[in-house]
Design a protein around this ligand. Structure first.
Ligand SMILES: Nc1ncnc2c1ncn2[C@@H]1O[C@H](COP(=O)(O)OP(=O)(O)OP(=O)(O)O)[C@@H](O)[C@H]1O
Ligand SMILES: [Mg+2]
Length: 279
């Protein structure tokens, strides 16, 4: 039997916002709550001592109320936010120790982000938007257009290559965002509320599309949502956050059937018993 290491290993990851972060860290070690830390130091605990392993090819969903630390955790993974304490290991990258140039390279090659507000360039065509990540890697024009067209066709938008984002619906713009993330060939996708700005029908379409793509591409995806139905539909496993802490990690079935506390239970209360599990 070969022992396969998880692709992403997060150890003791902690992010504290504010000037007295070392004192805040000390208080957390002594068991203080996020609110106690705020009262005694003025610091805000974004992420509190998170341990998490994510496997290659897994679609891992992070769920939790607003302010629970989902985005902060995600952004610590590529150091868009600098962690205060702890480590992140991704493949053979010890992310928390990378120098500035190494970090830039890591961000260009290894991880891609998809945002809630699409973040497309309005004065670039759809094709140029998709090719953007390749442009900054200095890949030559013909090659990046070829790759961009291939990814556009994956998300069903080949016919829109020469249009501008403003002419596309929200759902289509988010497909462009997805194609752009796929274009760099990064094997990790970080998706922060990627579908939350879409109307319910378009959102359901995009969920289906993502699962469809994932069944052939086998990316490692971390997907943030505060919609329990979206979490259950997409997640191989789900991590539930509260006040910066990861309070439960489990399969959709485990989260629904065995919530560890009232907080987790409150998310799944309205999920029907006849919920159809994927797979
Ligand atoms: N730059 C910052 N400075 C100070 N506090 C911050 C900063 N960014 C986030 N926080 C705080 O960290 C905590 C976690 O915020 P975060 O944005 O990660 O939550 P979230 O779960 O993504 O919420 P939402 O669902 O609203 O996006 C919150 O208490 C927030 O107020
Ligand atoms: Mg957020």
């Amino acid at each position: 039997m070969t022992l396969v290491r998880p692709l992403i290993e997060i150890r003791q990851l902690t992010k504290i916002f504010g000037n007295r972060s070392q004192q805040a860290l000390q208080l957390l070690n002594e068991g203080a709550s996020k609110e106690q830390v705020r009262q005694q130091t003025g610091c805000i605990v974004g992420v509190n001592t998170v341990d998490l392993e994510i496997n290659q090819g897994e679609l891992f969903v992070i769920m939790g109320l607003s302010g629970s630390g989902k985005s902060t955790l995600l952004r610590c993974l590529n150091r868009l936010i600098e962690p205060t304490y702890g480590s992140v290991q991704i493949g053979h990258y010890e992310v928390t120790n990378l120098s500035k140039p190494e970090l830039l390279r890591f961000r260009q090659k290894k991880v891609a982000m998809v945002f809630q507000k699409f973040a497309l360039f309005p004065n670039r065509t759809v094709l140029e938007n998709v090719a953007f990540g390749l442009e900054i890697q200095n890949i030559e024009k013909m090659e990046r257009q070829r790759i961009a067209r291939e990814k556009l066709s994956l998300v069903g938008l080949d016919r829109w290559a020469d249009d501008y984002p403003q002419n596309l619906s929200g759902g289509m713009q988010q497909r462009v965002g997805l194609a752009r993330a796929l274009a760099t060939n990064a094997d990790i996708l970080l998706m922060d509320e990627a579908f939350s700005a879409l109307d319910p029908l378009t959102r359901a379409d995009m969920q289906k599309e993502l699962l469809n793509l994932q069944s052939t591409l086998h990316k490692t995806i971390i997907f943030i949502t505060h919609d329990v139905n979206e979490a259950l539909r997409l997640g191989d496993r789900i991590g539930v956050m509260r006040d910066g802490e990861l309070v439960q990690i489990g399969t959709p079935e485990a989260i629904v059937n065995s919530p560890v506390d009232d907080y987790v239970a409150s998310f799944v209360r309205n999920v029907g018993a006849s919920y159809a599990w994927k797979g």
